[in-house]
Design a protein around this ligand. Sequence first.
Ligand code: GLC
Length: 544
Amino acid sequence: MHTFHSSTVYQIYIKSFCDSDGDGIGDLNGISSKLPYVRSLGVDYIWITPFFPSPMNDNGYDISDYCAVNPMFGTMEDCEALIREAREQGIGLMFDMVFNHTSTEHRWFQKALTGDPEYMDYYIFRDPVDGHAPTNWESKFGGNAWEYVPHLGKYYLHLFDVTQADLNWENPKVREELKNVIRFWKGKGVSGFRFDVVNLISKPPVFEDDFEGDGRRMYTDGPRVHEFLQELVADTGIGNMVTVGEMSSTTLANCIRYTRPADRELSMAFSFHHLKVDYAGGDKWALKAPDLVQLGEIFRTWQEGMQEGGGWNAVFWCNHDQPRSVSRFGDDSRYWKESAKMLAMLIHMMRGTPYIYQGDELGITDPGYKSIEEYRDVESLNYYRILLERGLSEKDAFEVISRRSRDNGRTPMQWDGTDTAGFTTGEPWIGIPANHTYINAEAEEKDPDSILNFYRTLTSLRKEFAVIAEGDIRFLTAGTGGVFAYERSLNGQILTVVCNMTAGEVPCAPGLRTGYCLLSNYTEAGGDDSVLRPYEAAAYLRNE
Ligand code: GLC
């Protein structure tokens, strides 16, 4: 039994959580001030997104110094105080290690730019091929993934923004530097780590054009990734800490290896296939309604597959890169409360460690911005331009951005119903959804039936019932007709979870509602057991 099986993790996007000094940007002291709230959610860990020095072109995922604090977010003393205070409240902190790339402002890259061969070998520099970029790979934020440096006569690789240069993990010195970063933060008393896009760190020995895609199949889950992870974990002694890897476009077979204890890599992995079921033709920038049958098949494959292989999933709907789940898979108006609770229950009762992204527990919605000027994210702004270049009208391009922008999940935390939602006393760096007047922590605290209180029940049930933390999983209905049903079982105890992901009444197969109703998102009696009400979610417990 691993303690993280019964744990829940809370993700804080620092820039938007709580501002203690009125500059409109969240900070470390803001987090400290809200520890009692986080503790009241019943979570065990907080993953904090990067707060290290950074030019902030990608909101801190472009790091220029791994072992210091960005003054925008506070000081090292503030950070140490936060670690200490969190521990006093029984909460472990997980820091975000962005090891696939550094900012081009990092000292190492700056030295590389002077032509110093030692530091050029920290990155992936290549000669032009026939006068162009070494390969046709595309950056995940749009455009070619190589940038030419005229005075060096070479290109460097950047799978993300042009100011995020990929590190050369083949170089043992790079690996040693990164281990030192882990040792540094471990020494400060953190409890674990989240590793950013860590399945992209091992690049192929030969760089070739990809004629079937954007290049990702060449470097995703690359040739030495497992070896690199094992070495990092062994040499830093973090095998007993809580670790999670963000796995971009990964496979089940690889995620089993990343997370099964025998391989000594990570505690768990995030995968994203379930968040692509509304991408038309697999393109994030082409809209379609979520394909619920595909969603169900993905859940089934990953839940049952990770179990068979002895791996462990991190389960989640939202993070700082995703739109709000209630707006995307639920109904953020008529069935706002029901659908937010249903979505929560569907994943919190699965086999895996659930992650709550700040504000999910309040049912925060996408902001519904009215103009492109309201967006801040580099990816959204790049793609708005690219969509216009592809020939979309301004209206259509805006519609795509408003549904797909990462800023949907980056709006300030809604603490109360005042103008700035209690997030700041200044001008927030990004706009706050108008509905914060009623969707906010203060209001939901007072309502026993709130989404907030429902989340508290979910985290405590995971602690109370071993069948939720440790039970086997088997899918009974995987999205057909909008219904998701699965069974968890442990030592003769059976938990059946049934969820309706549609706004209509749908038939409920006989036998699903057997046992004692442990939790439901409808409090008033429904009458007809043979139907599921709109967005209904219920869990039943019985002994075999
Ligand atoms: C991850 C982060 C994302 C960031 C990217 C590059 O996907 O979650 O926010 O832009 O990595 O570091």
